[in-house]
Structures are given as structure tokens and as C-alpha cells.
Design a protein around this ligand. Structure first.
Ligand code: MG
Length: 154
């Protein structure tokens, strides 16, 4: 068994979509990014890569590469999954830190969508959400979203 952790943060700006775990979140601001800015999938990707000591998302998919402009992050996650050989994902636990909007039951949609992409049972994927209690600069003012994720790999 191998464990990995991932972290991602994106600035939130008007005129962009907010996509987390492949689920579009109703919001007046979205992630500023070269890709679609899905911080949840990005953190999960880094957790998988970290568990297997395969580098990180920035090395695999540089934001200077036009191929990844506005790319759907599910595509990036699928590319990583195809590179983990005979390993399998045991479970995922992630925390989204977002001041607003409140995610509520959308976390369940994110978890089941991640389970679908990872081809594991939804009972093995956890997505939690919390605010930044108006602390931590841009996170607390609602101008950024951050995600931390842990993955266990067999
Ligand atoms: Mg990112």
C-alpha cells in the first residue's frame, strides 16, 4: 500500500466557471487557470502521483503547453490513471476549502463523479467542504478555492 497527498489552489475571478470534481458549481466566480481549473481533480492527481513518486501535475502537464489550454481535468486524471500500471486506487479523501458558495450536497455529486472516473465504488470516495472562516486572505474573502486530498493505492 502507498499513500499520497495532494494540494491545489486557484484564484477565483468573474467570467470563469467553477468546476470541482467535474461538477459545475453555480457561482459568480470561477477558477483562473490554464486548464479548466478543477482544483479537486488536480489535488487528486497530485495525490496519486505522489503515492507512486511519479512527479507532479505541473511536470506532467505544464501550463505553458497550449495542448492543456482550458482542458477538461477529467482528461488529465484519465491520463494519469493510464500510467499507474497494475496499481489500483483504494480510497480517496478530499477537503475543499471554499468560502462561498456553500457546496452542500454537491460534495456527494463530486464524490460519485470521481468514483466513476477512478472506477471505484462511491463508498471509497469522500469529498468534504469547509469555509475558511473568513481567514487566510484570498481563501477567506472568497477569492480563491483550495483543495487537499489523500489517496491510498494498492
Ligand atoms: Mg490546479
Amino acid at each position: 500500500m502507498r499513500i499520497g497527498t495532494g494540494f491545489d489552489i486557484h484564484r477565483l475571478v468573474p467570467g470563469r466557471s467553477l468546476v470541482l470534481g467535474g461538477i459545475k458549481v453555480p457561482s459568480d466566480k470561477g477558477s483562473l487557470a490554464h486548464s479548466d481549473g478543477d482544483a479537486l481533480i488536480h489535488a487528486v492527481i497530485d495525490a496519486i502521483l505522489g503515492a507512486l513518486a511519479l512527479g507532479d501535475i505541473g511536470k506532467l502537464f505544464p501550463d505553458t503547453d497550449p495542448r492543456y489550454k482550458d482542458i477538461n481535468s477529467e482528461t488529465l486524471l484519465l491520463a494519469v490513471l493510464s500510467s499507474i500500471g497494475s496499481h489500483s486506487i483504494v480510497n480517496v479523501d478530499a477537503t475543499v476549502i471554499l468560502q462561498a458558495p456553500k457546496l452542500g450536497d454537491l460534495t456527494f455529486d463530486m464524490a460519485s463523479n470521481l468514483a466513476r472516473i477512478l472506477r471505484i465504488d462511491p463508498s471509497n470516495v469522500s469529498v468534504k467542504a469547509k469555509t475558511a472562516e473568513h481567514l487566510l486572505g484570498e481563501l477567506g474573502s472568497g477569492d480563491a478555492v483550495a483543495v487537499q486530498a489523500s489517496v491510498l493505492i494498492d
